[in-house]
Ligand binder design. Structure first.
Ligand code: SF4
Ligand code: SF4
Length: 451
């Protein structure tokens, strides 16, 4: 199986070596300006250049190192500095470390430093100590959900309007230090070729990304976020190992995709709405039929296209096994900090009521994907997902991500014509077993418990 590597990075040699150890051959496209188009799906991509067309089973985007770019207009003399990590998800450990070190250095120079990030990364060697040091030096940490940046061309002042989902605050500064998209213009060009949408001023949109180290929202496409400038860092080696082992194990699998969207060409109005909406680039135009066509291997059966199609031309195939389940059975996913403690307190009470019940604890509510929830419905009648209350989440929005995943799972059920009330999401604290028990009675059982 061939792997196409896009981009001219310093670690291409290591990549080639690691891939060949797994018996995978490589084709490098170092000058991405020569690429005209990338089509196909995992296992069968077609990369057309100005000279030829190459088939490859997988694509790796070899991104350049991200850096902190100083956009300041009068940095040294100004007191107020903003460091902005504009990753839509968790930033790589090396970038968090770079940003924290910079924040500490600036705070040491008596600057008032604001550290803005959508997601505060906590795992990583020594990061906890850096956070502590930064806090002790007065660095202000702000977790934002949205941000507008404008600049006064006369004064050079940046105006930042920051929202955390509840409130808005404004910061004016001459000193703005932000992450620069890996690959610079290459990132924008590659995202276009791979059909990843870019949000204004950041790498990719929330639903289609190639930012999380190694994985992307498109099956078969991987993204390596080049590690810190200078030497090859631990981070990139970790990403390379992960990517190579993923490709190696995926290429060994021969299983067919069992769930995917299917377009009825007779109903399709060829309006391109699903083509634009699909976060996994799984819809392609079928000009011969004047209708959209689904790439089954790329499709993740998320149901987004079903919900946006104005012609009701799409159905999710292969969800039959979700229909046949053990009656009166319950799968509970719960956060170890809240739901697990509460569930354990009422475990005896609910155990006698269900024919079958399983309780799985997760360290962060955001761990369980919509696909996993739907998968559980193949063995259980209902799935209950219990996380911490808003603002009590220790993992920075793990509970919100859990809610998002349950919403997505419900959407998948609806798009397959199934009952979405089989999935229930709840927030409780560890001290709310009685509330949980009552909610199980009302929402999960939809009948009275003998308690
Ligand atoms: S949204 Fe529906 S009608 Fe429009 S192209 Fe897709 S399948 Fe066809
Ligand atoms: S179900 Fe999801 S992944 Fe599949 S084509 Fe529709 S939007 Fe794309």
């Amino acid at each position: 199986m061939k792997v196409a590597v896009l981009g001219n990075s310093r670690y291409n040699g290591i990549l080639k070596e690691q891939l060949s150890k797994e018996g995978l051959s490589t084709e490098f496209f170092e000058n991405i300006d020569e690429i005209k188009s990338i089509s196909g799906e995992a296992g069968a991509f077609l990369i057309k250049t100005q000279k030829n067309a190459v088939e490859a089973g997988y694509v790796i985007v070899a991104g350049d190192p991200s850096t902190l770019e100083d956009s300041s207009t009068a940095q040294e003399s100004e007191r107020q500095v903003v460091i902005l990590l504009d990753y839509p998800e968790e930033s790589p450990a090396y970038m968090t470390e770079t940003a924290l070190t910079k924040a500490i250095r600036l705070a040491g120079k008596q600057k008032k430093v604001f550290y803005l990030s959508k997601f505060m990364r906590i795992s990583g060697n020594g990061l906890e100590e850096l956070y502590k040091q930064a806090r002790n030096m007065g660095v202000a940490f702000i977790r934002y959900t949205g941000i507008d940046i404008s600049r006064d061309n006369c004064t050079g002042m940046f105006h930042l309007n920051i929202s955390d989902g509840y409130d808005e605050i404004g910061i004016d500064t001459f000193s703005l230090i932000k992450t620069r998209a890996a690959g610079g213009n290459n990132a924008a060009r590659l995202s276009g070729l791979l059909k990843f949408k870019l949000d204004k001023g950041t790498y990719a949109s929330g639903s289609s990304y190639f930012l999380s180290p190694s994985v992307t929202s498109r099956k078969g496409v991987y993204f390596l976020d080049g590690a810190s400038a200078g030497n090859l860092g631990e981070e990139i080696i970790r990403q390379i190992r992960f990517t190579v082992s993923e490709i190696s194990s995926n290429s060994a699998k021969t299983c067919e995709q069992t769930e995917y969207a299917e377009v009825d060409p007779g109903k399709c109005a060829f309006c391109y709405t699903c083509y634009r909406a699909c976060p996994h680039s799984a819809m392609i135009p079928d000009y011969g039929n004047s209708a959209m066509k689904n790439l089954n291997k790329a499709c993740q059966a998320c149901g987004i296209c079903v919900s946006v199609c104005p012609a009701d031309a799409i159905k999710i195939k292969g969800m039959d096994s979700v229909v046949k389940t053990v009656p009166n059975s319950l799968m509970v996913y719960c956060c170890e900090n809240s739901g697990e403690i509460a569930v354990n307190r009422i475990a005896d009470e609910i155990a006698g009521i269900f024919e079958k019940i399983s309780i799985a604890s997760v360290s962060c509510g955001g761990e369980i994907s919509a696909e996993k929830i739907v998968d559980a419905l193949k063995s259980y009648e209902k799935v209950l997902y219990v996380t911490c209350k808003d603002d009590a989440c220790r993992h920075f929005d793990g509970n919100k991500r859990a809610r998002l995943q349950t919403d997505r799972a419900k959407e998948m059920l609806r798009s397959a014509g199934l009952d979405d009330s089989r999935i229930v999401y709840m927030q409780v604290s560890h001290a709310m077993p009685n509330v949980l028990r009552d909610n199980i009675r009302d929402l999960v059982l939809q009948r009275q418990l003998p308690i």
